[in-house]
Write a protein that binds this ligand. Structure first.
Ligand code: FE
Ligand code: CA
Length: 441
């Protein structure tokens, strides 16, 4: 039995019903509760036999023409063993309208020995002997382990979520039907991707139909009244394999392969849907819920990470050109994946001809390790003038958005290898919808 009410005591139940929790969905209950009012907060719970679940809170979006602000958080990358969920506790206590999760909800890796000195803070599974996920059972168990964390559950229970995946919901840096590892057959990886997508769909609060084998389209648009349209994209399922051997932090010039015009990042169909949606949008803000970094992370002709948009420059140019030609100045790209926080100006063209067409806010990881030491942060903003902010600590990003201004607060945890740590604001930036690029508040 599921119930939706306007109060926490369930005195005013406005929608209720029964739903199956079958074994072949890992006992997940999926409800699309209709008949709710727009722009309204609700409480919900589940009951079976003598058991009643904790109460969750959620809300509906404003109607299409409503100029109502949205106070949302975005986050990504919550490696269970790599740190505590201090950031989720802060999210849960922040009175948000919405949480946007940009991928790496689980990590597929096998259990590692617990050793805080090595950055491994807690066991994964009761006996800490989980294998690398490859089967449906493995992936289902992994979601269950992650959901065992009370701070993560509190964040889910505090507000509605919009969720997309990145690579670790399946396999590190996979591309379409290519595994990270060489020598894995397409047949083997197809079965693995089908299992991973199935478990994701069972476990996530997403209103998309179930996967068909290894295929599941998750790109979609969610409108928040007239203030924001959220364009949620998938940069894994349809991309070309990473170019130039997928080297990272390689300072030699990029190979020619990377420049190929036919190298898809979104896939042709998704790219067309995104461009059509963006150019047809009348929202005050167009928000792209993205995975990998769109701002260039390059040194001269060297590309530091071929897994990002830098590794698919023609696909990026097509998207930015479409935004530019439509005269849109209100695009904000929110990004995860890289485990550091940042602010960037996303530019079309290069050198003296470069102009900013979108703003990028990169949120750091909830708990996954930073790729570079914290004390290198200032070097990044010195070397890359289009990057205005960079911080390598754990945390999440809070955005208060109305039709005239966007305020982004970077929330950080100083020591995420310890439990119960405080979370504070490191930096605040504002953006205006008529002028891409963020400025310090
Ligand atoms: Fe990650
Ligand atoms: Ca990732």
């Amino acid at each position: 039995l599921w119930e939706v009410a306007t109060d926490d005591d369930f005195g005013d139940v406005v929608a209720a019903g029964t739903g199956p929790a079958p074994l072949d969905r890992a006992h997940a209950v999926r409800i699309d509760a209709g008949g709710l009012e727009p722009s309204t907060w609700y409480s919900y719970r589940f009951r079976i036999g003598e058991w009643t679940s904790p109460v969750g809170r959620t809300r509906t979006a404003p109607p299409g023409d409503a100029d109502e602000p949205v106070d949302f958080g975005f986050a990504s990358c919550q490696s269970f063993q790599s740190g505590w969920y201090n950031a989720w506790r802060d999210v849960a206590e922040s009175d948000l309208d919405l949480v946007v999760f940009l991928g790496d909800y689980i990590y597929e890796n096998a259990s590692q020995p617990v050793d805080p000195a090595e950055g491994v803070v807690r066991p994964l599974g009761a006996d800490n002997d989980e294998p690398e996920c490859t089967t449906l059972e493995d992936y289902r168990r992994r979601y269950a382990i992650y959901r065992g964390d009370e701070n993560l559950r509190a964040a889910h229970a505090a507000a509605p979520w919009l969720v997309v995946w990145d690579d670790h919901e399946v396999d590190n840096n996979y591309a379409d039907l290519s595994s990270e590892k060489d020598g894995v057959s397409a047949e083997e990886f197809t079965a693995r991707r089908a299992a991973a997508y199935r478990a994701w769909w069972e476990s996530m609060p997403v209103r998309v139909p179930p996967p068909e084998g290894p295929d599941l389209e998750i790109d979609r648009t969610v409108d928040w009244g007239s203030v924001a349209s959220f364009f949620l994209i998938d940069t894994r399922q349809f991309r070309a394999d990473q170019a130039c051997g997928d080297a990272t932090f390689d300072l030699s010039p990029a190979c020619d392969e990377v420049k190929g015009a036919d190298r898809q990042f979104l896939g042709a169909a998704q790219e067309a849907r995104l461009i059509e949606g963006l150019t047809g949008s009348a929202a005050a803000w167009n928000v792209i819920g993205n995975q990998t970094v769109m701002s260039p992370l390059v040194v001269g002709d060297a590309i530091l990470n071929y897994d990002q948009w830098d590794g698919y420059p023609e696909a990026r140019r097509r998207l930015l050109s479409a935004i530019d030609e439509a005269g849109l100045t209100n695009t904000v790209v929110i990004t995860g994946d890289i485990h550091v926080a940042g602010v960037g100006e996303v530019q079309l063209g290069d050198g003296d001809g470069a102009r900013t067409v979108a703003t990028e806010l990169v949120g750091t990881s909830i708990s996954s390790d930073a790729p570079i030491p914290e004390d290198l942060s200032s070097l990044v903003t010195e070397l890359l003038p289009w990057i205005q902010y960079f911080d390598a600590r754990r945390g999440w990003t809070r955005c208060r958005v109305d039709s005239g201004e966007w305020t982004a607060e970077f929330r950080v945890v100083d020591d995420n290898l310890a439990e119960g740590q405080p979370v504070s604001t490191d930096a605040t930036f504002t953006i205006r919808p008529d002028s891409p690029g963020a400025v310090p508040a």
